[in-house]
Design a protein. Structure first.
Length: 299
């Protein structure tokens, strides 16, 4: 009998598990480069996620990001607005008044800066860029208020000197106020509101730049000088008629009345550090010359 061949038990090899295929034919499991791809809920026997739930989750994430972004922008706005004046309320009337106040504030800041720049550099060398920078506004904003340098300078004159003439005109128009009292009011206002303020810089500028820029001199004469001369002539005529002035010379040449004022402006600009001038004493002495007697004397 032939020997039966010993049969060796067959070694069972572990079956290779193939990635499950989904309905669309895509395999789940190891992807390219060994990256593990999570199986879909269908391959794991789990119900598929509801599309509406996924959309809501994503929408919630977006909204959450928007809230965080909006909060950041809000914080930045609060930081940027720190120290600024509060905004006007929602009422139209208050908003209009607030805009007007802001516009007036910017306009005055421009005029203040212009006076400094003109006084430092003169009319010709003054640059509107520097005026805008000192006023804290853009150059385009400056042009919204003043079309050119001449217009800015003219408004500076109107705002700085003309109000003094307006106030004095009101006093002089009152017939119950004696002419000498008007004169004293004029001298006092000039000393306090011109020589005692930055307005004196404008007068110095007119004296220095007027010969080079006739248009500036003409404007100043029309807006200030002619009005002042007319006012002083009327006061002098009344004073001469009432005997308060010793002569009618000031009525014929009202420039005599304002001459010490110009001297005080020039002296303050050139010699105040060397030999300060007693402006008040000068004006009192001038009054005595006009009246022909010391101040307070009744004889």
């Amino acid at each position: 009998m032939a020997k039966q061949a010993k049969s060796k038990p067959a070694k069972s090899k572990p079956a290779k598990s193939k990635p499950a295929k989904s309905k669309d034919g895509r395999r789940h499991g190891a992807g390219r480069g060994g990256t593990d791809r999570s199986p879909s809920p269908a391959a794991l026997g789990q119900p598929p996620a509801d599309k509406a739930s996924v959309g809501q989750a994503r929408s919630g994430q977006v909204r959450s990001g928007q809230v965080r972004s909006g909060q950041a922008r809000s914080d930045q706005a609060v930081a940027a607005n720190a120290g600024r004046p509060a905004q006007a309320s929602g009422e139209p009337g208050k908003r209009t008044r607030a805009r007007k106040v802001d516009a007036d504030t910017r306009r005055q800041a421009i005029l203040d800066a212009a006076l400094s720049v003109f006084a430092e550099h003169g009319f010709e060398a003054a640059r509107l860029d520097e005026v805008a920078a000192r006023a804290g506004v853009a150059k385009g904003t400056l042009y919204l208020y003043f079309q050119h340098k001449e217009a800015l300078f003219e408004e500076l004159i109107r705002g700085a000197v003309a109000p003094v003439i307006d106030t004095l005109s009101t006093v002089a128009a009152n017939p119950s106020v004696p002419p000498v009292a008007v004169l004293e009011a004029f001298f006092g206002m000039f000393e306090q509101q011109v020589l005692g303020t930055r307005r004196k810089l404008l007068l110095r500028l007119i004296i220095a730049e007027g010969p080079r820029f006739p248009a500036i001199a003409e404007f100043y004469y029309r807006e200030v000088v002619s009005r002042g001369i007319k006012l002083m002539r009327g006061v002098a005529e009344r004073a001469a008629a009432s005997g308060e002035f010793a002569s009618d010379a000031p009525a014929r040449f009202p420039q005599l009345i304002v001459a010490p004022l110009l001297v005080s402006v020039l002296w303050d600009g050139m010699f105040s550090e060397i030999d300060p001038l007693d402006v008040g004493g000068l004006l009192r002495a001038h009054r005595e010359l006009l009246c022909g007697k010391p101040q307070g004397s009744t004889s």
